[in-house]
Design a protein around this ligand. Sequence first.
Ligand code: NI
Length: 254
Amino acid sequence: MLFDSHAHYDDEKFNPDREELLDRLFAEGLTGFLNSASDERSSEAALEIVHNRSGAFCSAGVHPHEASNVTSGWERRIESLLNEDKCVALGEIGLDYHYDFSPREVQKEVFRTQMAIAAEKDIPVIIHDREAHADVLEIIREFPSVRGVMHSFSGSAETAEILVSLGWYISFSGSLTFKNAQKTVLAAAAVPIDRLLTETDAPYLAPVPCRGVRNDSGLMKHTVQRLAEIRGKNFEEIASAAANNAYRLFRIAK
Ligand code: NI
């Protein structure tokens, strides 16, 4: 089993060969993927990509980078996409204080609005948190009924343990394989096996030994292998645990 819990196949880097690539990945053993959205347009594009493909699912939501670009009525349009069977999560949402593409107050407002939608619709969320751990945790605590996953986790083992105690899942990407990933490695060792997910964040974050190339779900094996080494398990144990955890979180029937 190999489920990529976070990829962006709506990205223009996949325009030349999107369908052939996905056909090949499934033929080579990919079990499924979740196409994460980043704004209104990509939420619609994500649904288009997955709607006829078995094993493929999507999310809808507004990324913190795009928080200041929302247009009137965006909340209702995201809500209506969330009614689609293939749309299994709200995301990616959160805060990004590394790039600060949107003012922080606007990021927080759009994040809170979407957490409220998730609470009302009882749908899991996908969180993007870059250098904003304290504020993300504060907002998560404001919505105690909402569960979700911290995608491409970059926090400490302590933060991971707090999130797990709140009922959340932690997802590891190719950044776990990078040379400077010591802190992420400690977090990857600390997360209980029934709470970890694996992802590519394709086309970004290609793992070692493929750093710098266009990432896709076929390269997730390097991240799974690294997790297996860190935790003293074999590849299949990690891959199937991560896939089953994703199905449980996103309420996908096997
Ligand atoms: Ni992403």
